[in-house]
Write a protein that binds this ligand. Structure first.
Ligand code: ARG
Length: 306
């Protein structure tokens, strides 16, 4: 299947693509060992003169925030599945990153592509998620010679069998273009690649949120001009997030809509929230401040599974 990299290459209409099947199951990973002890992205520390000061996590608050999110999904009618946060793996709670589950478009079978994490500190997380999928009977696929951080970068166009995926530099970003080629071939689902252009926005989901088939929320600096052209071609409403809401402690683009109507977002993103409410979305304000200290918010802390 093809990987599209420019707006003028898009040779299909969204209405021609098959609809995707929704799901009411959400996978989360318990925050048992969540912490910030090593900075692997630009949001995890502060510079004070020459010194680097790691963000300090309040672990009790983190657990309370995570529980609130989990309960919210339950009250919205989702079935939450859990992987136990493995000992010593402080970033495992960001379970958007280790796996990319999909339904085979020909057979409807449950399959998953396992990630190859860019950062050495996160590589061991993948096996714990693989074990969960094996137990569920998923067919497991592996990538070769590249980095791929799953829904950190590869997200579903809402309601369609179409993947929108970020890729960028080895130094600052997590997914390689080569990974997108392999994912398109394995899933047999088309991929639109968006070149990540800002070193701070290391995953696509830190700079873009696909809210519904009509609306996306984006920090334009993160996706560059070509990315913006692609988004304008795909979406009726492109909400541009101001710089102060794109950055910590707000992280507006890491919002998540499980159904295209309700949007979960960090409560402090006032302008983005107003723009969403003006368009009729039901905004549920949550507090993920402890996780934003690690460079992640709502979107990173779940995986829709089948
Ligand atoms: N500290 C984690 C990392 O840098 C945060 C991951 C957040 N996840 C996300 N999908 N943006 O890898």
């Amino acid at each position: 299947m093809r990987v599209y990299l420019r707006a003028d290459e898009l040779d299909f209409r969204l209405s021609d693509l098959p609809d995707s099947k929704g799901t009411k199951r959400i996978l989360m990973c318990t925050p048992d060992y969540f912490d910030v002890t090593e900075a692997i992205n630009e949001f995890m520390y502060e510079r004070q003169g020459d010194a680097i000061i790691l963000n300090k996590v309040d672990r009790c608050r983190a657990v309370a925030q995570w529980n609130y999110l989990k309960d919210l999904y339950c009250s919205l009618g989702y079935q939450v599945e859990l992987v136990s946060g493995p000992y010593g793996l402080e970033d495992a709670v960001f379970c958007a990153n280790q796996s990319f589950p999909f339904l085979n478009p020909e057979t409807g079978d449950r399959e998953v592509v396992m990630s190859i994490m860019r950062k050495p500190k996160r590589k061991k997380e993948v096996a714990y998620f693989e074990a969960w999928y094996k137990n569920e009977g998923y067919k497991i696929h592996y990538l070769r010679d590249c980095s791929f951080e799953a829904q950190g970068d590869a997200v579903w166009f809402p309601g369609k069998n179409l993947i929108i995926a970020g890729y960028g530099s080895t130094e600052y970003h997590r997914t390689d273009l080569e990974a997108l080629r392999q994912v398109a071939a394995i899933t047999k689902i088309p991929v639109i690649g968006i070149h990540l252009t800002h070193r701070d926005f290391y995953h696509l989901n830190t700079t873009l949120c696909l809210v519904s088939s009509k609306t996306c929320v984006v920090y334009p600096e993160g996706v560059g001009q070509e990315g913006m052209t692609i988004l304008r071609q795909l979406f009726q409403n492109v909400i541009e997030v101001p710089k102060e809401e794109a950055y910590a402690p707000n992280f507006a683009c890491n919002a998540f809509s499980p159904d295209g109507r309700v949007v979960l977002i960090q409560h402090s993103c006032a302008k983005t929230i107003k723009a969403l409410e003006d368009l009729g979305y039901i905004v549920l304000r949550v507090d993920t401040s402890e996780f934003i200290k690690s460079g992640g918010s709502v979107f990173c802390m779940k995986m829709m599974v089948y």
